[in-house]
Structures are given as C-alpha cells and as structure tokens.
Design a protein around this ligand. Structure first.
Ligand SMILES: [Zn+2]
Length: 441
C-alpha cells in the first residue's frame, strides 16, 4: 500500500473530544485513515507540526452554476475552490439553468464532480418541477439515484421559497418517506416583492426598497408547522433574522425536527455596508442589523443554529459591476470562510474553536444526514481520509486574485486575517489550500 503520514499535528475532533499531538497515517490506495497515533511512518511525510488537523470541513450550501451559467463557476472550478478553501465536501444547490429537477440532472452533477477530482460534491434536487413552485418534482427518482450514485441528498428550491403551503406539505411528506431533508430558502416573496435590501433605517436613508425580516420569519414559522404536521425534517438555509432564530429555538424546544445554518457574512456584516452602494454587499437574505448578528451568534453558540455554510454564490465581475439596484445577489465564500471566521470570531474570543470546527464538520453532516453517504465529519481509523489542516497563526491578506473560484465577488477582500487552511485531504488525496498559496508568494 502507498501511504502518507501527517506528522506531529494537533489532531482535533471535538465530536470525539480529541485534542492531542498525533500523527495520522493515510492509506492512499484505499483513501482511508489507517492509523491515528504516535511515531507513524509512511512513504510520504508531510510535516504539520503544531498545526490543527481536523476532520475535512463540509460546506452544505454552495452554488456551482453548472449547467447554464458556467461563466460564473463550474463544478470543476467550484470544487477546486472548495479544496483550496479547506473544504473536502460541498453540497450544491439546484438553481442552475435548467434547474436540477430530474435524476439525469443529478447524475450529471456526480459525473462532473468525479471528472474534476477535487472535493466530494453532493447535489440537492429541486422540490418543484423547474423550480417553478407549483408541482412537486420527481423526488423519489432523484433520491434513488442511478449508476451507483446516491442521488439527491436533500431537496430545496433555493433562491426562492416554495410559495404554496399545500405543495410544501406534500414535499415534507414525500421527503420524510424518502429519508431526506427539506431545505428552505425562507422568504415570503409577496412581502419582499421589488425589494433589494433589508428594510430598516439604512434602506430608508438610501431611498432603496427594502424587505422586512418578517418575510423570512413568516416562512420559517410556516415550515416549522408543516414539518411538524408531516413529522419531517426541515433545514433552514442561511438564517439571518433575529426573529427567525427565536422561532427555531422555540420549535426545537417543542421537539420539532428543525435545523439551521448561518453564513459568515450574516455574522460579520450589517446593512450599514450598503451605504456606499457597492454591489459586493448585495445578497439575499440581505445584510441585516447588529441585533440580528448578535442573535445569530447567540444561536450558533447555544446550538439553535446547528452549523455554518457559505452560500457561495459566484457571479462574473461584469455582473457585479452593475449599479447596486441592478446587480445580482450573492457573494462567494469557499476560500474566505475559514480565515475570516477564525480572525473575527475565534481569535476574538467570540466563538470557541471547538464549536467552530464542529459547525463545519459533524453538525452539517448531521443536518443533512450525510453519514448515510459515507461522510460523518469525523476522524476515524478506517474511515475516509477527509482532513483539513489549518495554521491558526498564519497572518495573511485576503486577495481574491489567489482564488481558484472563477468569481471575485468577495466582501472580505483586502482584510488582514489570522489563520488559514494549509491542506485539504479528500479520500487520501492531498490538495494545497490557500494558506500554502499565500506562503509560497
Ligand atoms: Zn437562498
């Protein structure tokens, strides 16, 4: 067997209360972890002395734009960005063109990901045909998969909420029978119609149409009730509003099977950023207020919000150079997630390191039930060799020109950061991450 040993690292897996100086021996031919321990020997040695050696990170909310909008990103460039950013697994959204609403479309995602040979890519399928919100898509066929692929791992119409309660109720019932989670972009489109940012004093000062947090809260509240009715699992995408966090907290206390994710930008940036009309701050859900940030962080700390996810949403530079009102929504995150959150939350003492790692590993795996597809977010002997190695102390400047993503729409550009991923191991294959790219310069 050919082997690689990660030498002298700080092996860190909070789910197993693991925090010790150890080596990890990787069996490259099998793609698994052969041993975790001291004085291990291998054919290739990578010195990771004192570096944090974690389970491979998972980002369960990314947009890779293929098919249809490959000028923004492709499965190949997106999965290259993932491993460069420290992520061994990503879950892609189905709002491509055409949308991923058939088993053939899902199979194509797996094929392209395999050809790219970088991160593990698991696609979600649409809830409704054509993402039109009217008629349920073929959830059973998409979940079944074909050609040995596991099929759609969850269902969402992300980019939009499913407007009708009856369709949504059926979606929960089918998904439950199929052992899949329904993932909702929570927005009442009637209430947000014509709005392009958060409704508050900033939108009023700028004279721009905003939409209130209530638009998010209404759908979160509705879906909590529908999920309970069907005894189904409901995952709230990119939670951003204070009231939505409270709704999830109350529902969990009542035993409803609801989980939630929050994106780094909703923990770090407010609508004040929009005052300069820079479209890099335009996204949906929009940047909200400091009290929303505080509630999201509190929710992440107390477990109301289960995990982190980037909502990596690439656009071309031309599109993002339009006027604020005309530019598309979204920012990229795969290559900034780790450095930005380590710098601004973990090193700042606002988020414990163990919670940060858990929120990118076991927690997202649990939210979508990815262990049944072989991804648990843990470091285990004989388990997949999916590993993220992080230098907690590396000081660097975030420059989107270093990114492997096709896109550059990153609001954290130019930030001075402390902490970066160095290597991402996927199934025993070692990829250099952005911390290595920076130190090579
Ligand atoms: Zn969304």
């Amino acid at each position: 067997m050919s082997t690689i040993v990660l030498k002298h690292g700080r092996v860190f897996d909070p789910s197993q209360k693991l925090d010790q100086a150890s080596d990890i021996l990787i069996d490259s031919s099998k793609g698994t972890i052969a041993e975790i321990g001291r004085d291990l020997k291998g054919d290739r040695v990578i010195d990771v002395r004192d570096k944090l050696v974690c389970p491979g990170f998972l980002d369960i909310h990314v947009h890779f734009r293929e098919p249809g909008q490959t000028a923004k990103e492709t499965i190949a460039t997106g999965s290259a960005a993932a491993v460069h950013g420290g992520f061994s697994t990503v879950v892609t959204m189905p709002n491509t063109d055409p949308p991923l609403d058939s088993s053939a479309a899902i199979a194509y995602q797996y094929l392209q990901a395999k050809n790219a040979g970088k991160a593990r890519v698991f696609p979600m399928g649409c809830i409704t045909k054509g993402r039109a919100g009217q008629e349920l898509a073929e959830l059973g066929l998409m979940a079944r998969g074909n050609s040995g692929q596991p099929g759609a791992v969850a269902f969402t119409d992300d980019g939009a909420a499913v407007p009708g309660s009856q369709v949504m109720r059926s979606a929960f019932e089918y998904a439950s029978a199929l052992d899949r989670v329904i993932v909702e972009h929570c927005e009442d489109h009637d209430l947000s119609n014509g709005a392009i940012m958060h409704e508050g004093k900033v939108s009023a000062a700028l004279g721009i149409n905003g939409y209130p947090s209530a638009a998010e809260e209404i759908i979160v509240a509705r879906d909590i009730r529908l999920a309970k009715l069907a005894n189904a699992r409901f995952h709230v995408s990119h939670i951003s509003a204070k009231g939505a966090v409270s709704l999830v907290r109350e529902a969990k206390a009542r035993g409803v099977r609801v989980t939630a994710e929050v994106s780094p930008h909703h923990l770090l940036l407010t609508d004040e950023c929009c005052r300069g009309f820079d479209p890099v701050y335009k996204m949906n859900p929009p940047l909200r207020e400091q009290s929303d940030i505080d509630a999201c962080l509190e929710g992440l700390l107390d477990g109301t919000i289960d995990c982190l996810a980037s909502d990596h949403a690439p656009h071309t530079s031309e599109e993002k150079a339009r006027e604020f009102v005309d530019a598309p929504n979204g920012i990229i995150g795969l290559e900034s997630n780790i450095g930005v959150l380590l710098s601004k939350l973990v090193h700042a003492g606002k988020l414990p390191l163990a919670r940060f790692v858990e929120a990118w590993t076991t927690a997202p795996a649990r939210c979508l039930g990815l262990d049944k597809f072989g991804v648990s977010g843990q470091l285990r002997k004989d388990g997949p060799a999916d590993i993220t190695v992080i230098d907690l102390d590396l000081e660097w400047k975030l420059d989107p020109n270093d990114f492997k993503s096709k896109a550059r729409n990153c609001p954290f550009r130019g930030w001075t950061l402390k902490g970066a991923p160095l290597y991402t191991v996927v199934g025993g294959v070692v990829h250099d991450a952005i911390g290595r790219t920076r130190t090579a310069k």
